[in-house]
Ligand binder design. Sequence first.
Ligand code: PHE
Length: 462
Amino acid sequence: MTESRENWGSKIGLILAMAGNAVGLGNFWRFPYVAASNGGGAFMVPYFFALIVIGIPIMLVEWSIGRYGGKHGHGTLGPMMYIQAKQAMSPKKAIIVGSLCGMIAFAVTILVNSYYNHIIGWSLGFAIHSLLGTYKSDPGAFFGAYVQDPKMLVFWVISLGILATAVMKGIQDGIESWAKIMMPVLYVFGIILGIRALTLGSPINPDWSSLKGLNFVWNPDFSQLSWSSAIAAAGQIFFTLSLGMGIIQNYASYLKPDEDIITASVATVSLNEFAEVVLGGTAVIPIAYAFLGPEGIKGSIGLAFMALPNVFSTMTGGGIFGALWFLLLFFAGITSAIAMYNYLVALLEEDAGIDRKKGAWIVFIGYLIVGAPIALESVLTKSANLMYFTEVDNWIGNYLLIVLGLIEIVVIGWCVKDSALEEMNKGGLWKVPKWFFRLFHQFLTPVTIITFLVFFTRDYWI
Ligand code: PHE
C-alpha cells in the first residue's frame, strides 16, 4: 500500500475532473429519452425540484464523506470511519452501515458498467461511421444491424483499453489532464450542435420545427405529471450527478483536507446542468423532434443513435455534424467511465494492496465479463430491441442509485447530525447555513425520496 497519496493538481483541474465525472452519457443519451418519454415539459417540473431538494444536498454529503475519508474515502471504510469519528453510532452498527453502503456502491458500479461501456463503444463506432457516411442511406436500420454485428464489439474493447490507459496514469497525469482536454472540447461541440439545432426546419413536417421541439421541453403540461415521472426525475438526478454510487466520494477523497467543497460542488452541479438541460435539452430534443414529431420522440433508448443520425443524413455537412455529436457522446462517456474505473482500481489498490497497473487490468477483464450479456444480447437474439439492456437501465435509474442516496442522507441527517454540517463547512469560502441543513438534509431530502418511492410503488403493496 502506498503511504503518500496523490491530490488534484489544481482547482480548475479538480472542477473539470468532477464535471467530467458528472457530465456523461446520462446528460446526452439518457436525459433526452427519459425527459421525452415522461412528457417533456411535464418532466422538467419534478426534475428541477429533485435537483434542488435531493441532488444538491446529497452531493454535499458525498463530497464531505470522500474528503473526510481520504485514502479510505470510498468503499466501505469511508462511511464507516466517518460515522465512527462523529460518534454517531456504536462501532458495531457503524461497521454494518458502512459495509452496506460499500456493497451497494460496488454492486451498482459493476451493474452500470455492464451497459454503460457499450454505449461508449457505440459512440466511437458511430463517430467513425459518420465520417465514412456508412449509415447515410438508412440510419434507423443501421443501428439495428450495428448492435447485432459481433465485429462492432471491437469499439467496446478499444474503449475499455482507453479507460485502462487513463486510469493507469494516475490522478494528475491521467484523469485530470484528460479532463482538461476533453471537457472544453465537449462543451464547444455541444454549443455548435445546439446552435445548429435551433435553426433546423423539419424535413418531414413543417409543423415539427426544432423551435416547436424546444417548446415541448420548456412548456410544462401539468396534466401529465405523475408519480412515475417524479421517480424518473429523481433517478435521473442521481444518474446525471453520479450520486448513489461511490464515485463522487472517490474523486473527493483526493481533495486536500481543507479544500473548499461547497464552491467546488456548486461549480460541478452548474457545469453538469448546463450540459444536460441547455445542451442535451436544446440540441438533442429539438433535433429529434424536428424529425420524429411529438409522438415519435417519446421513443426509447435508441433516440440518440437512430433519430439523430436520421437528421444528420439529411443535412449538408451531416457527416461532420454526426461525428461531432458522437465524439461529444464519446468524451462525455469516457470521462465518467474513468471515474467509475478509478473507483474500482482505488478499492483494489488501497483496500487490497494490488498495484494500480495490475488493478487496471483486473477491472478490464472484469468489465469484459460483466459486459458479456449485453454484448451478446443482440448478437444472439438477432434483434435490436435491447430488452435486457433497457431493464438494467430502468433498475439503475429508478431504484438502485436512490437506495444508497437514501441511506446516506438518513445517516448524515438523522444519526450524524450537526457534526456533519461542521465537516461540510470546513475550509469553505461559503458556509452551508444551519437552517439549510435542518430543512434539507434532515427533513425535505429524505422525506421527498421516501414519498416518491412509496407513491411510485404503491400498486405493488396496496
Ligand atoms: N453521471 C454520469 C453520467 O451522467 C456517470 C454515471 C452513470 C453515474 C451512471 C451514475 C450512474 O453519465
